[in-house]
Write a protein that binds this ligand. Structure first.
Ligand SMILES: Cc1ncc(COP(=O)(O)O)c(C=O)c1O
Length: 394
């Protein structure tokens, strides 16, 4: 009998079943819940971006396989945007490589840098491909819990020496999914110093860099500190409502980019030209991103207010489109999620515990829920009322 390998076989299936059952029950009753579960924007990709894509299909009718690392035009557009946004100069020929979205880049990256048995430092809670990519590359994950008391920043001093000596990669993600925290330049500086001392590659997933609440929370890039020993991942998905298009990039240290390019040419055959052209158009416009941020701010304020009115902490995120709501000790995230799936409320959110690994018997996110602020403003208004009603009811 042919079976999957040990890595596939050992992949934990999510404990989504309870919640899925409740959602299905609602649907059978003809109720469609307001869904704050998955971080997939419901808004359409702006029309000017779609228009460029349509035209590009015709102009690239007989162009064949796309260039592996991204077209020159796409890489120049990324360099121009990075200069404008972070005042960082990137060489489009040597310091940028295109990818089929941040997920593809993140999952595959460890294959280019680690040997079996090397450690990879992963934030907990965190985006699952940091872990899955490590496992498939036969690496060992070492989780660092993101604690509210430390502004959801990892404390690298907690890593034991025997792990440090075999560590190859540190993953960072700010603005952070799911906590909504942002990182200061001082934090990036300290991380770079620490990583240099221990000869570790830092990879900073900045795919939410354009989703932030107010100019005072405008995120920095780790590239503002240095390119040396550092790679940075970004994506069109969140900035321009392009999750369905599958396009992103990785940039930074020239030597490290040349290593990722070697890997890349063996994985896929590039991103379709019309998608790259659409991304170039999107990168050249900030207006649609500003509009998105304005809408997001209104949604965030509504939901944060609802929790505050219900006597819960103000957990306003600095960035991303997630609200990471902390609950009192007596309430578990999973219980609140189940309660909100009562037909009276019909609201889907994710229990925090599902987004974190249980390490040494403890899960850092048990008393949290995550809400992806992707439903419409109208739906957020309805949801905010229902949250208040649900929490008020014992
Ligand atoms: C932290 C983080 N990184 C990367 C991604 C993947 O983004 P993309 O759509 O570019 O693959 C996500 C998607 O939700 C994410 O939350």
């Amino acid at each position: 009998m042919i079976t999957g390998n040990s890595i596939v076989n050992n992949l934990a299936s999510f404990a989504f079943d309870d919640i899925d059952d409740l959602i299905q029950t609602l649907k059978k009753q003809g109720i469609s819940p307001i869904d704050f579960g998955i971080g997939d924007p419901k808004e359409a990709t702006p029309e000017f971006i779609r228009k460029v894509a349509k035209e590009s299909i015709d102009s690239n009718a007989s162009r064949g396989y796309p260039i592996y690392n991204g077209t020159v035009e796409y890489r120049y557009a990324i360099a121009k945007w990075t200069k404008k946004r972070f005042n960082v100069t990137l060489d489009p020929e040597k310091e940028i490589c295109a990818g089929l979205g941040a997920k593809e880049i993140i999952f595959n990256l460890p294959n280019a840098f680690i040997e079996p048995g090397d450690y990879v430092i992963i934030p907990n809670p965190g985006y699952p491909p940091y872990l899955k990519g490590t496992l498939f590359a036969r690496g060992i994950p070492y989780f660092i819990n993101l604690e509210r008391s430390n502004n959801f920043l990892p404390d690298f001093n907690s890593i034991p020496q025997n792990v440090l000596t075999k560590t190859k990669i540190i993953w960072l993600n700010y603005p952070n999914n799911p906590t909504g925290a942002t990182a200061t330049l001082d934090f990036y500086r300290a991380t770079v110093e620490f990583a240099r001392k221990h000869n570790i590659l830092v990879v900073s997933d900045e795919c939410y860099s354009e989703l932030y609440f107010g100019e005072e929370n405008r995120p920095h890039s780790i590239l503002e500190i240095t390119k040396e020993g550092v790679l940075c991942v970004n994506s069109m998905s969140k900035r321009s409502c392009m999750t369905g298009w599958r396009i992103g990039w990785i940039c930074g240290d020239e030597k490290l980019i040349s290593i990722t390019k070697k890997l890349k040419t063996n994985i896929d055959s590039g991103i379709p030209y019309f998608i790259q052209d659409a991304a170039i158009a999107a990168l050249g416009d900030e207006k649609h991103v500003e509009e998105q941020r304005t809408k997001l701010m209104m949604k965030r304020n509504l939901i944060v207010e609802a929790f505050k009115k219900s006597g819960m902490e103000d957990c306003s995120p600095n960035g991303t489109f997630y609200l990471w709501q902390r609950l009192p000790e007596k309430i578990k995230g999973l219980d609140l999620c189940k309660k909100l799936l009562d037909p009276k409320y019909a609201i889907v959110m994710s229990p925090g515990a599902w987004l974190a690994e249980t390490v040494n018997g403890s899960n850092p996110s048990e008393h949290y829920v995550r809400m992806a602020l992707v439903p419409s403003l109208e739906e957020c208004k309805v949801a905010s009322e229902k949250i208040i009603q649900a929490i008020a009811k014992p």
